[in-house]
Design a protein around this ligand. Structure first.
Ligand code: MCN
Ligand code: CUM
Length: 798
């Protein structure tokens, strides 16, 4: 379904027709993809290339007594078997995580989670490497595993990280935010308080392309080139250089086409380091590409927060205070991918879209015998968990007070004239108009009609109940500012380098890295808008650290807020210079030259017929440059945002719950998003559709599960369920536009909003179908049996 503003939108181009801001330009990159010409890591083949297979532990917690690679080495096509001992020689047995922990590249002493990397086999082809891996004999002394954060923090729990000097338990850190005293005071004075415990289960981003690389050490140039699935090539180059000791100008990271990232490709994984080490030692290119189960079982997971939320309110539903306490499972290493000063990510935005007087949050993080990670998966650093908490709690409160969940939101929204707004936990919201988005969603959802229908079904004792769920979320995306946000000390700015050629077309190089978001199109649109060029005349390059300006990469929906700003500023620098060239060409004074956005031309004030296009100016820059200027037409900008941006939206989900089977059907799914000024509405809609699908996966089926022995029972696509077209309903998307006041083109990010915003709307809908019988919560994933249990407990089953 398409937009709602007066029916279908005009076709393709709706701006000035050159493919600038707001035009539905079809994706430039898709020609390559749909004709089978995409170039992914596994497509890369180099002469003399070897293949790496990793030997993984079947146990979750075990000491390694012995590793014998001799039977593997005896195979004809096996070239090497590597263990921690081999890596130790090169100082590569361990690597730093993004949160300053130290992770084994290959296990030296003790395995800490199932499928952890124990040894590597290098062979002439992938099959031989796999055969070799099966022949590596590892002797384990199996230990009791610790599964679950609560168990990990019990007094008698085995200590997982004994190798750390200061670690005699499984506690990682405590974290706190807000004002405990002030919050207690509003709770004491409140008319009502509500409390609910809810788990945000362990998820996995599960991009279709798993992680992998081709490492190629060139002993002639002393240069390491790594083609890898990276969301952050420059940051990875710096880390690679620091870990390996190879000078940074002799390290080249190339992200070719990336088949989905969703956060999974932000961290560095042992496989990359092993492949690079093997290439260095063997002086041949080495490819390592994960299988699906390796990806799910060992690379960065998401969520795993056990949260207890509390709200304090007046009897007419005015929320006064919010409290939250979290138990966080970080797995065997603290390897969360997030700005280093934020151990709980941006979780402290849990006051959401509401003007709440006092807030307090506390969190304890624990090591467990599970894969390390945290954060990744379309999450903007734990905003997902924060939004889930507050949007679920508002529903709990609405039920307690018997108030309409739309009405209670309206009573508590930060008013649109209160921006910029500082929240109780210290966030500076740039702009918002929450009520407008909610009103629009209510209208699109035909809310009143479904409320009546819901009541009718209850009165008729119908077999299928109706539930209506709302989420009016606020996101925070676009990290920096650099002083607040960094990766391993590198400030989170971003960059753009724009070069206009003599014939009037241009190359834009950016420091961010697309994984499917369509940057080759949308970044070109920014330049088209700013310079009056046709979008087809701009090529966007990214992903090669030898040519691109230094940038921090794509995650946390930061590309538009940060690199998008850099692109606009670089274009404006070019425009400034273009003005002087225009004056020269038109034989007028520079102060008489005006830029006309509509026509995309410069003209002489008062004489619009004396005009000049960017193509003519480009020629002038190289063939007739004014004496006052350098020849050429290019500019670079490194952009450190003054603030983050705060996109928001209101989602309304209407479900039918089958009282006999516990099955949930989506009757209607409305998503109204506001990401400020929109670059490409079609790409935004694609982002929303994909993100909502992931939100449905989250709420209904996805879960990385473990048994008591630490076996990953939800570690492949037979058991880790992803939604397919069958489970995804039609979406009704709509939008409002509240520009970001500090962003050069008024845009906010949008890529994560649907995954952040939709799970609570879905759970609220399922709970809402049963709340008349006292149900206050259903845990995710809401599989039919979980829903049936809830129905049964409320005596609603047939
Ligand atoms: N956009 C726009 N107008 C705006 C905001 C965004 O047209 N006002 C466009 C952008 O130009 C860009 C796309 O929407 O083409 C997403 O922009 P943005 O919100 O800035 O997010 P990023 O480009 O930084 O992408 C990151 C975000 C994250 S963090 C995850 S996780 C995620 C997501 O994007 N992973 C994805 N969407 C994904 N989509 C695909 N296909 N694959 C992934 O791995
Ligand atoms: Cu946290 S998933 Mo995205 O930020 O790459």
């Amino acid at each position: 379904q398409h937009d709602d503003d007066g029916g279908p939108q005009p076709e393709k181009h709706c701006g000035h027709g050159r493919g600038g801001m707001g035009e539905e330009v079809t994706r430039k990159e898709d020609k390559r993809f749909i004709t089978g010409r995409g170039n992914y890591v596994d497509d890369i083949k180099k002469p003399r290339m070897l293949h790496c297979e990793i030997v993984r532990s079947p146990h979750a917690h075990a000491r390694i007594e012995d590793i014998d690679g001799s039977r593997a080495m005896a195979l004809d096509d096996v070239v090497a078997v590597l263990t921690a001992d081999d890596l130790l020689e090169h100082g590569l047995a361990t690597m730093p995580t993004l949160m300053d922990d130290t992770q084994d590249v290959l296990v030296n002493d003790k395995v800490k989670f199932q499928s952890q990397e124990v040894a590597a086999v290098i062979a002439t082809d992938r099959y031989a490497a796999k055969d070799g891996a099966e022949k590596v004999e590892v002797e384990y002394d199996v230990l009791d595993p610790v599964i679950g954060a609560e168990e990990a923090l019990e007094d008698d729990a085995p200590v997982i990280r004994e190798e750390l000097d200061d670690q005699d338990d499984n506690h990682i850190f405590d974290w706190e935010t807000g004002d405990a005293e002030a919050t207690d005071a509003v709770f004491d004075a409140a008319d009502v308080t509500v409390e609910e415990q809810m788990e945000y289960q362990r998820l996995h981003p599960a991009p279709i392309e798993t992680c992998g690389c081709v490492a190629d050490w060139d002993p002639g140039d002393d240069k390491m080139t790594v083609h890898m699935t990276s969301q952050a090539p420059h940051a990875h180059r710096t880390l690679f250089s620091q870990v390996s000791g190879i000078p940074e100008h002799k390290v080249r990271i190339v992200s070719p086409d990336v088949g989905g990232g969703f956060g999974n490709k932000v961290p560095i994984y042992p496989g990359y380091v092993v492949a690079a080490a093997a290439s260095y030692v063997l002086e041949r290119p080495v490819k390592w590409v994960e299988e699906r189960s390796e990806n799910i079982q060992t690379t960065g997971f998401a969520r795993d927060y056990d949260m207890t939320g509390e709200l304090a309110a007046t009897e007419n539903g005015e929320i006064k205070g919010v409290k939250v306490d979290v138990l966080a499972d970080h797995g065997a290493y603290n390897a969360a991918a997030q700005p280093s000063k934020f151990p709980a990510g941006f979780f402290n935005i849990f006051t959401g879209s509401y003007d709440i007087e006092a807030a307090h949050g506390s969190l304890t993080a624990a090591y467990t015998n599970t894969a390390p990670g945290g954060v990744a998966y379309r999450c903007s650093f734990r905003v997902t968990e924060a939004v889930y908490l507050i949007e679920r709690m508002v529903k709990v409160l609405a039920d307690e007070l018997d108030l309409d969940p739309a009405e209670i939101r309206r009573r508590n929204f930060i008013p649109s004239d209160a921006f910029p707004y500082e929240s109780a936990t210290g966030w500076n919201y740039d702009s918002g108009d929450y009520e407008k988005a909610l009103d629009k969603a209510l209208e699109m959802a035909d809310y009143d009609h479904y409320r009546e229908e819901q009541q009718r079904r209850i009165e008729e004792d119908a077999d299928k109940l109706i539930g209506i769920g709302i989420s009016s979320f606020t996101e925070v995306v676009g990290a920096g500012p650099g002083k607040q946000c960094d990766i391993a000390g590198i400030e989170m700015f971003d960059s753009a380098d724009l070069r206009v050629n003599p014939t009037g077309n241009a190359v834009l190089r950016v420091g961010v890295q697309t994984q499917g978001q369509g940057h080759e199109t949308t970044f070109a649109q920014i330049i088209a808008e700013e310079l009056g060029m046709d979008v087809d005349n701009i090529v966007v390059e990214h992903g090669d650290t030898d040519t691109e300006p230094y940038g921090l990469g794509t995650y946390g929906s930061r590309s538009t807020p940060v690199a998008g700003a850099a692109a606009a500023v670089a274009a404006r620098k070019v425009r400034d210079k273009a003005k002087s060239i225009a004056a020269n060409e038109l034989e007028a004074a520079e102060e008489d030259i005006e830029w006309d956005r509509e026509s995309g031309e410069f003209h002489v004030a008062g004489a619009p017929e004396r005009s000049i296009t960017i193509t003519e100016i480009a020629a002038g820059a190289y063939m007739n440059h004014p004496g006052s200027e350098e020849p050429g037409l290019e500019a670079t900008n490194y952009y450190d945002p003054p603030e983050m941006t705060y996109p928001f939206g209101s989602y309304i989900v209407i479900v039918e719950v089958d009282r006999e089977t516990g099955e949930v059907d989506f009757e209607k799914f409305v998503a109204v998003d506001d990401c400020g000024n929109r670059i490409n509405p079609m790409i935004i809609e694609g982002q929303i559709h994909g993100g909502l699908a992931q939100g449905i996966g989250t709420a209904m089926m996805e879960h990385v599960t473990y048994d008591d022995n630490g076996n990953v029972t939800g570690g492949d696509f037979m058991n880790y369920l992803l939604p397919t077209a069958k489970e995804i309903p039609n979406f009704d998307t709509g939008h409002t536009v509240t520009p970001s006041p500090h962003h050069p083109i008024g845009a906010k990010g949008v890529g994560e909003s649907p995954t952040v915003g939709s799970p609570p709307a879905i759970v609220n809908a399922v709970v809402d179908a049963m709340s008349h019988s006292g149900v206050s919560h259903v845990e995710m994933p809401m599989t039919p049996d979980a829903v049936w249990e809830a129905l049964d407990e409320a005596e609603l089953t047939l």
